[in-house]
Design a protein around this ligand. Structure first.
Ligand code: NAD
Length: 247
């Protein structure tokens, strides 16, 4: 099947679906200049980012842990939502999609104008005290090598680290949206991270059509009703053009 045919099928499904949920991963934001974790270009200083973004790294090697997050914050400071993020925000306004479940911590969906965004892995836009839970702006992570709260305890980026529980309310909301969905579209995720990768299967379990848009094969390609290989921003742009001008 030609790619254009696949895109036309997806547009048809989008127009017919009464509840469409988008599920994004780090590949959604690589075109905004933010590296993902598992592509070749996602590697950082030859270290595995999935090990650096962990509770273990924060406790055992805090200097390297905070250096990693300062680098991510600096990169985020230079990034802006790309056309794909903006198209998803437009589709929400036009009621073509009902929610975005994201594994991303970059806040780019919000910055593009999307409102119904469920952040499963927290956000880089804040820092939190590990003891008294006071919330700080992310700039506090920039200064000292190990940033501390006024109570003396270490501050942690507001993201969920590998080895931590996901926020209960975000999980609950993602569960509701997945169960409601008639069409569930994964964009830019390896689908290797649990429990986030449970939601596409949950949607499929209630009869939703599952679409995966990704640059590389994922662990769940065999579950997809439609597989589209390509870059998130470019594919969303093509889809939006077909929507506006079907001929
Ligand atoms: P991942 O790194 O495991 O996988 C990303 C996938 O996206 C890869 O399969 C890759 O082929 C694909 N990809 C890369 N660029 C793409 C593009 N332009 N268009 C389409 N696909 C593209 O990412 P994940 O599945 O989200 O899981 C990793 C974890 O990393 C998540 O928990 C997430 O919180 C975190 N993370 C977030 C950010 C961010 O917020 N921007 C960045 C890096 C990692």
């Amino acid at each position: 099947m030609q790619d254009r045919d696949k895109l036309e099928i997806l547009v048809d499904w989008l127009l017919k679906s009464t509840h469409t949920v988008i599920f994004t991963g780090a590949g959604m934001s690589t075109e905004a200049g933010l590296p993902d974790f598992r592509s070749k270009t996602g590697l950082w200083k030859q270290k595995d980012p999935t090990k650096l973004a962990s509770v273990e790294a924060m406790n055992q090697n805090p200097e390297e842990f905070y250096e990693f997050y300062r680098m991510r914050l600096a990169t985020l400071g230079e990034a802006s939502p790309h056309k794909g993020h903006k198209i998803l925000a437009l589709w929400e306004k036009d009621r073509l999609i009902q929610a975005i479940i994201t594994q991303n911590v970059d806040g780019l969906h919000h910055r593009a104008g999307s409102n119904r965004v469920i952040e499963l892995h927290g956000t880089l836009r804040e820092a939190v005290c590990l003891k008294c839970k006071q919330v700080y702006p992310p700039q506090v992570l920039e200064g000292e090598s190990i940033p501390r709260c006024s109570c003396g305890q270490m501050l942690k980026p507001g993201v969920i680290l590998f080895g931590e529980m996901l926020p209960q309310e975000a999980l609950r909301q993602a569960d509701i949206e997945s169960r409601r969905s008639h069409l569930f579209i994964v964009i830019g995720s390896s689908l290797e991270v649990s429990p986030a990768n449970f939601f596409p299967l949950e949607a499929k379990g209630v009869g939703a059509k599952l679409v995966i848009i990704n640059l590389e094969p994922t662990d769940m390609d065999d579950q997809a009703d439609l597989l589209i290989r390509g870059k998130a921003g470019e594919i969303l742009d093509y889809l939006n053009k077909i929507l506006k001008d079907p001929d």
